[in-house]
Design a protein around this ligand. Sequence first.
Ligand code: ATP
Ligand code: MG
Length: 195
Amino acid sequence: MGGTFDPIHHGHLVAASEVQSLLDLDEVIFVPTGQPWQKAGRDVAAAEHRYLMTVIATASNPRFSVSRVDIDRAGPTYTRDTLKDLHAQRPDAELFFITGADALAQILSWKGVEELWDLAHFIGVTRPGHELSDHGLPRDRVTLHEIPAMAISSTDCRDRVRGEKPVWYLVPDGVVQYIHKYQLYGPEAGHLQED
Ligand code: ATP
Ligand code: MG
């Protein structure tokens, strides 16, 4: 499951847990993006912060792990490269890419989209406020699943922190504490952001 995870929240974790269970996956690998090309217009918290929050959020689940492939690769993150790197690390594994309805809708605009279908099976999951549709996507390579609705976004979590509103119970406790420890997303957070 790729994402910016800025910060990781319970919407991500429920989606991962639900798909793990539905498909009986051995492992769900969370892959924080390096520089997300779709988000070039805004500041994204430093990759190391996003990576560590993802580790904190997933550490207690024996089936969850976190990969550094995207944050250790220079330049913008493309899912094609993510899947190729994961395949190289686990040549015998069958790969599934978990994505929310909003990201799935954008997938046709991704670079090298034709290549993607050979690299992984895509799992689209429902997300409140977004229509889940496989329109234009190859039926045999994309599967859609309804999951428990979690109306949470990282954007809303960042806005809440900035507005001094709580993010308790939207993100795991350890992530709340991490955000406060490093003063992420607050008015003073500028010096912690990547260029
Ligand atoms: P932002 O608001 O910064 O875009 P986000 O909440 O959309 O953050 P991302 O890191 O962009 O989180 O998303 C990573 C993946 O998780 C995407 O495939 C996205 O569709 C999916 N996702 C995020 N939130 C949810 C949710 N509440 N329910 C289902 N899927 C989700
Ligand atoms: Mg998003």
